[in-house]
Design a protein around this ligand. Sequence first.
Ligand code: HGY
Ligand code: MN
Ligand code: MN
Length: 410
Amino acid sequence: MEPRIDVDRLQSRLQELARIGDTGDGGCARLALSDEDRDGRDLVVTWMRDLGLDVTIDGIGNVVATRPGREDGPPVMCGSHIDTVATGGVYDGNLGVLAGLEVLETLAAAGITPRRAMAVAFFTDEEGARFAPDMLGSLVYAGGMSVEEAYDLVGIDGTRLGEELARIGYMGTTPCPGLAPHAYVELHIEQGPVLERHGDVIGAVTGVQGISWQEIELGGQLNHAGTTPMTFRHDAGFAAAAIAVAARQLATDVGGDQVATVGKLDLRPDLVNVVAGRATLTVDLRHTDDASLAAAEHRMAETVRQIADGEGVSVSRRQLARFAPVAFDPRVVDLVEKTAREHGQPVRRLPSGAGHDAQMLARLCPAGMIFVPSRGGISHNPAEYSAPEHLDAGANVLLHVMAQLAEAEL
Ligand code: HGY
Ligand code: MN
Ligand code: MN
């Protein structure tokens, strides 16, 4: 009889993990390297060790738990992240890690030892919300940033990444970059509306769109809100708001896959009767095509300069993240689609709007992703939800994709 994951056990682990950093509204907050992240890590590592898996922790805090195969050699790896944004839901990242644990446990319980080893990983700071860039741990794992450079990253709260990693006890000894797996597959919620809109259950993810994050600092002139004539103002708050409007206008004008978001906007002194002297904002631009993303970045830079000149404010910019679009290995995408079909699941190919650790592992080995629907396309929101039957379908497709990758040549 074909092995099947235990969706009740998967759901109960998802709920137990979600209680760590519980925000009281159905969501959870476990910002990277926070005490809550540490507690979540400790819980998942305990589950990994209870399964008898060989657990390693590397220099950036990535955790890899491995079950040996019949033969030596690199594992078929799955995984994702367990850090969340401050308004996180139950499933983002956590599903991929706990479904991977479920796959290894199910195969072990069935007495099945695949030819190749299997591993489940969680990568540090996938969200990038506290320490940018996002996908930081998997970027270091893939050799895209040195661990020393990562240690010197400063978070939005002014803390230094290396100190926080040491403080929570996850500065491991396994060297970075990590060993290249035989292949990597990540199960993740779609976090968008496409699968649900079309009545599909499985997404065979073709790749990840390009991501550009920048932080913009505007320097204006503190002044009195009542006495300062409008023509005398150098209002950093007005300039920041104009940039936010321009970002939305850019996405509307370009259309298609172009998205633009001003997610952070801080004014100083942030008082009702003082013209803002300083403004700090972030602009998140994404597109599936790198040339289009570059064109959007260029247009944004031009617009920011015009707004700043017009208002007589200074501008400084810092690139927080820049990742080109990534195409997943067609053989893995085909395998996900074929496996979904074989298990009677309606499946659709689609690109990912969100960044994922899989895009970094794709630098090391054949990689791909499996999506399951997000109700209402909602994510990074406590209301994030995926139905049990979809979790069950996704985790079983993950099991069979990994089992095939562990036996056959790609
Ligand atoms: O921002 C992203 O795409 C991901 O949630 N880190
Ligand atoms: Mn995620
Ligand atoms: Mn996320």
